[in-house]
Design a binder for this molecule. Structure first.
Ligand SMILES: [Zn+2]
Length: 310
C-alpha cells in the first residue's frame, strides 16, 4: 500500500503563465484554455471552467471559497491546518489539485479537451489505489444498519425511497445524495409508473444509481428501507420477481461503472429524508422552488441526521 502521508510543507511553485510573464518571458499571460483571465495557479486549479466543473462533480466535497485566497501557498497552509487530523481528507485534496494540473497540461500541450467527469473519476481511482482498496466493480458489501452513519472519505451515500398510492398506477421516487460528512449535496424526486411499492422502490434505487453515474461518482453506498428489495438486489444472479426484472437488470448493468458499491438496509427512521421527499411530492406538498429553498421539515431531518451519534 502506498503511504497516504502528505508532507506538511509548502508545495512547489507551479510555472503558470502569469509567473513566466512577470519574469520577462515573452508569453501571453491569458489562460490558454478559457482565455477569460490571466493564468495564475489559483485560476488553473480552481476557477477555470474545467477545474470548477471537476471540483463540482468530484466526490471530493471541498469547494473553494469564491472570495478567493491570497496565493496558492496561503491556501495550502489553510488546508494543512484544516485537515491536520484528517490525513485521508488531505490526501484526497492533494491528489485532486495534482490531477487537475495534469489535466491542464494535457489540454495545453496535447490539445486534449478537459473532461471534468473523467478527471473526477481519475481522482477517485487514484485515491482508492493509494489507499490500497481492492479494485472491484460489483456489489460486494452488504450491511444492515440502523444509524445514519457517514460514508468513508471519497464515498457518496445515496438514500432512495418511494411513496406509492394503491389507487394510482404511479409513484413518487426520491433520491438524497450526501457526502462523507453527511452534508446534503443534491436531491432528486420525480413521478414514475409503478405497479407496487416494491416496483417503485426498485425504480428509486435505479434512479439513485443513474444519479451517481451522471455525476461521475466512483464509490457509493446505497441505503434503502425496503427489505424485499434489499434481499433481491443482494441476489441479482437469481432474480425471482419477474415484474421488476427489467429494473433489476438495469441496476445490474450499471454496477460495473463504479469502483465500490455497498448496499445497506436501514430502518425507515434512518431513511427519512428520501421518505419525506417522496411523500411530499406525491401529495403535492413541495413548493415549486423546493430545490432552491429546502423545506424546513427536510432541513430539520438533515440536521438530525448530521448531528446523530454514530
Ligand atoms: Zn481558464
Amino acid at each position: 500500500m502506498i503511504s497516504l502521508r502528505v508532507e506538511q510543507t509548502t508545495p512547489i511553485s507551479f510555472p503558470d503563465r502569469s509567473i513566466l510573464h512577470r519574469r520577462g518571458i515573452p508569453i501571453n499571460p491569458s489562460c490558454p484554455i478559457c482565455a477569460a483571465e490571466e493564468e495564475t495557479i489559483e485560476h488553473t486549479l480552481f476557477w477555470c471552467n474545467h477545474a470548477r466543473a471537476t471540483w463540482f462533480v468530484s466526490a471530493n466535497t471541498y469547494k473553494p471559497n469564491l472570495v478567493g485566497f491570497g496565493s496558492f501557498s496561503l491556501w495550502w497552509s489553510a488546508i494543512l491546518n484544516e485537515f491536520c487530523e484528517d490525513q485521508l481528507g488531505l490526501c484526497f485534496r492533494a491528489i485532486s489539485y495534482w490531477i487537475i494540473w495534469k489535466e491542464r497540461n494535457l489540454a495545453v500541450f496535447d490539445h486534449i479537451d478537459p473532461n471534468p467527469i473523467a478527471t473526477a473519476n481519475r481522482i477517485s481511482k487514484s485515491f482508492f489505489e493509494a489507499k490500497g482498496d481492492p479494485i472491484t466493480s460489483s456489489l460486494h458489501d452488504f450491511a444492515v444498519s440502523s444509524v445514519c452513519s457517514p460514508p468513508p472519505v471519497g464515498t457518496l451515500k445515496l438514500n432512495s425511497d418511494v411513496a406509492w398510492r394503491d389507487t394510482a398506477s404511479y409513484a413518487a421516487i426520491a433520491v438524497v445524495l450526501r457526502n462523507h460528512e453527511r452534508k446534503l449535496l443534491d436531491r432528486h424526486v420525480c413521478l414514475t409508473q409503478a405497479s407496487s411499492p416494491l416496483a417503485g422502490a426498485a425504480k428509486a434505487l435505479l434512479q439513485a444509481i443513474q444519479f451517481a453515474q451522471s455525476i461521475g461518482a466512483f464509490s457509493i453506498i446505497l441505503e434503502m428501507d425496503c427489505s424485499s428489495l434489499f434481499e433481491t438486489v443482494c441476489n441479482l444472479e437469481n432474480i425471482r420477481w419477474w415484474k421488476i426484472r427489467a429494473t433489476l437488470l438495469s441496476i445490474k448493468s450499471l454496477l460495473p461503472h463504479f469502483h465500490n458499491v455497498s448496499l445497506s438496509l436501514v430502518k425507515r427512521s434512518t431513511n427519512r429524508a428520501a421518505d419525506f421527499l417522496a411523500k411530499s411530492f406525491l401529495l403535492g406538498n413541495l413548493s415549486c422552488d423546493w430545490l432552491a429553498s429546502i423545506p424546513s421539515r427536510l432541513s430539520s431531518i438533515l440536521y438530525f441526521d448530521s448531528s446523530s451519534v454514530v
